[in-house]
Each structure stands twice: as C-alpha cells, then as structure tokens.
Design a protein around this ligand. Sequence first.
Ligand SMILES: C[S@@+](CC[C@H](N)C(=O)[O-])C[C@H]1O[C@@H](n2cnc3c(N)ncnc32)[C@H](O)[C@@H]1O
Length: 809
Amino acid sequence: MKNKIKDIDYALVEGVRPPIYKAMKYWGKKPHNIWREYIKNYTPKGGIFLDPFCGSATSIFESLKLGITSIGFDLNPISSFIIEAITSDFDKSKFENELNTIVEHVRQDDTYKKFFYTESRHSETISEVQNFKWENNKLYELGIISNDKDNIKEKKYTAAPNNNDNNLINNFEQIKIEYSHPNEAFPTSPSFSANFINCIGGNNFSNLWTKRNLFVISFIFNDILNIKDQNIKKQLLFGFIQMLHLTTKMSVPRRAEANRPFSTSWGRSAYICCGRQMEMNPLLTFISSCLGKQSVESSLNNAKDYFYKEKIKLSNVSISKKDKNKSSGFDVKYGSVDINTIDDYIKDKSIDFIMTDPPYGGLVQYLDLSYVWLSWLQLYDKKYTPNFDAEITIKKNVVDESLYKSRFTNGLKKLHKILKDDGKIVFTFHNKDIKIWNIFLNSIKEAGFKIEKVIHQQNKRSGESVVSNPYGTSGTDFYIRCIKHNNDYQASNNSEFEHIVLQTAINLIARRNEPTPYQILFNGILAEISGKGFDVNEFDKNIETILKNYVNKIFILSNNNFSTSGKFWWFVKPNEYIKYPDRTLSDRVEDTVLQFLRRRQSISLDDMLGEIFIKYPNGLTPDTKSINFYLQKYATKSAGKWLYNALLVENEISNHTKILADLSEIGKKNKLDIFIGKREQWEKINTTTLATYATHLELKFLNFTKEKLDRVHMIDMIWLNKKNIEVVFEVENSTNLISAISRGTNLDKAILKIMVIPNKRENELLRQKDRMFLEQFKINNWKYLLYSDVEKLKISKQKIYLFLKDISG
Ligand SMILES: C[S@@+](CC[C@H](N)C(=O)[O-])C[C@H]1O[C@@H](n2cnc3c(N)ncnc32)[C@H](O)[C@@H]1O
C-alpha cells in the first residue's frame, strides 16, 4: 500500500539561489528550494515527476538533486539547450583553453583592433574599450580598460569620446561580416512594434546589434562552431547566448546614482529601444559570461556538486523520436514539446506528480523574447527553431483570449490523461489579471481537476507595498494543488457566490481582528472561492463590486497610508462579527517573533519566516516587512543573524512577571484562587516559575467552547472564587494598550477587568482617543491600576476596590 503523503498546507521560505541558477536569464524563475520540497514530498520513491512548462528547468535540476526521475518539456527550445548545457560533463581547463584560443583569435583581428581600441587617456598607448554609451545617436562616453603603462589604480575608467572614436562610427558600414548570423525580418508579433523597428534601424533581426558588435559576435560564433569537442562547444555556446542580449542596442546605461558605469541588463521583459544606449564590447561580455561570478564556469562547477550523481542519463525526444513507452532508463527526459501533444511522448497514467508554472496570459512573450538567443542557436542546430504557432499566450491580432483558453484547457486535459489516478498536480499562478485567473480556474475544472488547496506563497524579494495592480500583489504567488476529479461540478448561482464572498471577507477580517488592506482580503477570497468549484465566468459581478455593496452596512473603509495595497476594511459593528475576540494579528505576530527570539536567541530571517508562515497561513500571513520591523525592535543584526537583545527585553519581561507574582499573592490574601496565563506560566521568577503561584493551570471546568477557552487561557491573570471568575487582569508593561483589552471581551461584561500599567504609562492611557477602545473599556467594566498601587496593596490590608481608577475620571 502506498504511504499516505503529508500535504504541504502552508507557505515555505525562499532560499538564496545557488550559482547553478545564476548564469541563465529567464523570466519567472521559481524559488528552487520550495519547488524541491514539493517534488520531494509528492513524488513517491521510484516515481516520475513532470514539468510540462519547465522554462529555465529549475524543477528538473531540483529533481536531479533529489535523485528523482523527471520529465521536463517546454515549447521553448531554450529549455532543452539549458538542460543539455547544465548537465554536460565539465572539464574546466579544457573549457578555459578553448575560450582563450577564441579570445586571442578575436584580439588578433584587424577589425576588432580598429573598432574596440582607443587611445589611452593616461599614457601614450592604446586601450581596449569595454563599452560605448550613446544618447540620441551620439557617442557621449567610453568605458576603457586600463593597461600596465597607464600606471593608475583603477582597472577601468570612463572618458568622453575623442575625435578618433567619433570618426570610427562613420566607418561602420565598411565592416564586412563573413560569418553566419541571423538575417531575417522580425517575427510578426506585437512584441516588435513599428516604432521599435524604426528606432532599432529597420526590419531585420540583425539590427539589434551595431555593425561592429555583430561582426565580433558572428566571429566568436563561428569559432565556437568549429570546436570539435561537443561538450565544450555547447558550454561556450551557453556563455555566448548569455552575452547576446547584453550586447544589443536595447541595453541601457544605468543611472549615475547606481555608480555602475560598466554594467547593464535587459531590464524589462520586452523589446525596447531607448534614446540612451550602451554598446557593450561582445568579446569582454563573452569572457565574463564564461568566467567569474554568475558565469557558465561557476554554474557548471556548482552543477557537479549539486546533482545526486555525476553522469546524468538524458533522453531527448522530438517529433521523430517520441519514446512514448519509455518510462525508465533515464534521469531526465526532455524536449521542445507542445503541451497539446504531450500524450504522444508520455504513456497514459504514468506520471506520479506534476508541478508547473504555466504562462499567465500574455504577460511575458517567452518565444519572442527568447528569439534573441534562438535566432543564433538555430543556425547551430535546427532543433532550436521555435514553433511560434503553438505558444500558449495572448498576443494582439495573433492569439486572442479564447484561443489562449482552448490551448490551455486542452493542454491540461492531456495532463489529466497522463497523470496517475492518485497523482497530484500543483500549479503556481501569479494573479495579475482577474480575467486570466478566471480562465485558469475554468480550464482546471474543464480538464477534470479539482482544487484541493490554494496557498499564498509570499515572494521574499517583495512585500505588500510593491502592489501596483488592483488585482494582484507582485509579491505573492498562488500555489494551487489539485487532484483528479471526474464528477461534474455543481451549478451555482449568483446569490450563493455573493454569500461566500461576503462570508469569507467577514471571517478573514474577524480572524485578523484588525483593519485589513483590500489586497489581502482579495487574495484570501480568491483562494477560498477557487477551491469551492464556482464557475467564476458565470458571475458578472466581481469581488470588489460585491463587497462594495456592504460598505457602511457591514464594512467601513479607511485610508491606508502605509502601503499601496488598498484601503483598510473593518467592521461597522465589530462585536457582531468577532465572536471570540483575540488580540490584533499584528500583536500576535509580534508576540510570536519575541517568543521565538527568546527560545532560540540567535535566528536568521528565514528561520523566523518559516515559523510565521506555518503559524499564520494564507490570509493571516503578514507582510515580511513587518517581521523585519519586529526583529529590529527585539534583536540586533550581526553576521547575517538576528541576536536577541536579551538584557534589554528580559528586564521588561521580568517587570511584567514580578507584577503577576505580586498580584497572585494579593489575590491569595483575599482568599481567591489564581489562574495565570498559559504563556506566562513558564516565566522564571527567583528560583522557580510563575506556575507555582497559580492555583489553576487551565480552566476547562468553566465549560467554554474550545475557541473561547483558547482566548481566555491567554489572559494574563484571573482571580476565581470557587471556580467562578471574579477579576481579570491584563498587565501591560510595554505592549499595545488598545489590543490589551480584546481577550477580556470574551467574558461576561459584568466581570471586573483590570488593566495594570507602569506609572509612566498613565498619561498614555488617559490620552487614548480611539473611540472603540473607550467604548469597550466602559461597556466591559474595565478599570486600571498603577504598578505603585500594586506595591501598596502588597503591604496594605485594604481591599483592591479602593485603589481602582477609571479613565473617565
Ligand atoms: C511561466 S513560464 C515557466 C518558467 C519556469 N517556471 C522557470 O522557472 O523558468 C511558462 C512557460 O510556458 C512555455 N509554453 C508556452 N506555450 C507552451 C506550450 N504550448 N507547450 C509547452 N510550453 C509552453 C513558455 O515557453 C514558458 O517557458
């Protein structure tokens, strides 16, 4: 019998990318360690994992790390190229030798000598140029490599162009390019607008590069193609393609503030042509994409240690070699496969687990963008020619939404067919656009899958505040886990949908117990309703419209000045919706951070996030920025770790503990029984713990519901008279006064509740203006005591009632 898998039901913490992933540019790379956890958890021993949209093949390399047999397909032939390059045998010295031969060859060439050298600005010699910067077709700066005769400290420096540099530009057209290079019109696609084509210099792909750059690039390409050793050839081609995008006219110089005059990047996932351009020297760019940091060399060196074994068995499929029945004898099966034909390559019901990151509408035009590389690679091997016609995307006047939907749905149907009946599939999705989200949900359903769980996976590199779109946080991915499901979905109607949206919003705000930004609400609702199998397309109202109908009836809105994640939503009458009040989510999270620090003393941000993600899943997961804020409050950063500020914080805590000990003695003097809060019971005092001061360590005998009892157990102290609650205490040494009174609200209004504060906080309490706080204080019979009153009570015979104070004077 198969062992039951324990599901992953909460977000995981993203790790730092190892060098193996740093050489390759691709759009939408996924967090490697999180995917590894999923693949490990859901692929049984000896089973097969599949990623049909594997892109830069992260999932495949993680399977190789785990020793799990995998299949990695993508319509984009670049995936196959990356898999072949990264898994190839790497001989560092052979690689370096071949690279040096090419570099020397280029440097001997007269055209290179003429166009990529300038007079040194520090000696009577010539120097190699690393980059030329342009503005509106005029050269304005050169990045120059220093040479030995220059006698200066800097390895590189910038200078204005001299006459010779400017004159060379007029000679570009005389350059003769003898070697093969892309020489075709841009593909017909909105990615290449008329404006772009005009600005870049005309409708030919080769116009992406200046003539002198194209010359050097094709020279290097030709040299690589002449190498006999197939592995070295592929590895150098890998370095070659990484240089291609950086050396186009699309590269923009970084702003002066960045202080990086020698580097550039392909910043946006689009074909762009700006007034300011950076013409990078292809030879030097090639060298740095082959050697050094984030290079082919560092990536392949890392790959050697990364995989579970050295010799990887690859099985490449293609239209003429489908290998459908082959399900063993390889470590990785891969190829440029359209998902809509995937069942030609994989047997029915043979896959154990699928995890994949599908194309999100037309957000990124993968094939168009990759054509910068593929236009060259296809000259090396035809198998790298992309099949634009099968791409799942949305492109104006080429592929519309309905074609996207039918391609996507049919693709998913194929996945349903090849997945084992008890296999699971996890999709990741980035909800930029509600329309695409709806298509996605419907496709899942039509394909016969049923959503089992939706998890918000926060992206570490961004937080709530980077939200730019009303329907999505760029910081959150959804992980949607599905199982096979063959029954029809229940038809549902508008009022049912509206009811669920409203209830989910209410529950979410109530559980957080604090005004909640719209974005968090929206994500929570989306996750909830997606799992309920609603046919979202049937509903003409979207979530926001539904909720807006209840503004000023159920919800009130207030401005959010802290982030761009939308207005704060809260209740007009909180008591009606929050049945068992707890402290606010922010305060609970702060508590968790503090307790974790006290337990572990020294932690990394990742340790902390791991704890928080498990304890506060999905709609309760706080912004990672707030975690940083609490860490700063209680700890100091040192060598990448957070060290608990024990001296400072423990002093505060021991004040709190001492007051509780004093109060329990006063209670006992009054012949009352003492309960001390679950969290406080284990606080140390003298040589013992607070628990020894308590008569009761739990209050099950009160016969409360579990939720209510959970809240009551967190109250700092309760005095009881024969198992009846007589007085409730919250001691607020330094924590939030407003939040302090919420747990007491679970108890009868008539019960006396006392907030105990240091004398120095009295003014803060008396100046509270929060309307809700003042109301609750009054209605729930709250009074307050100062620490000095507790001191007096300890030695006095007078009753506590004589010392009580009220905020209304
Ligand atoms: C969001 S990306 C995946 C990125 C990947 N997770 C990574 O870490 O690099 C979606 C992928 O779907 C691929 N794709 C688009 N249409 C396809 C089709 N018909 N069949 C297979 N793959 C397709 C694209 O080439 C792209 O690589």
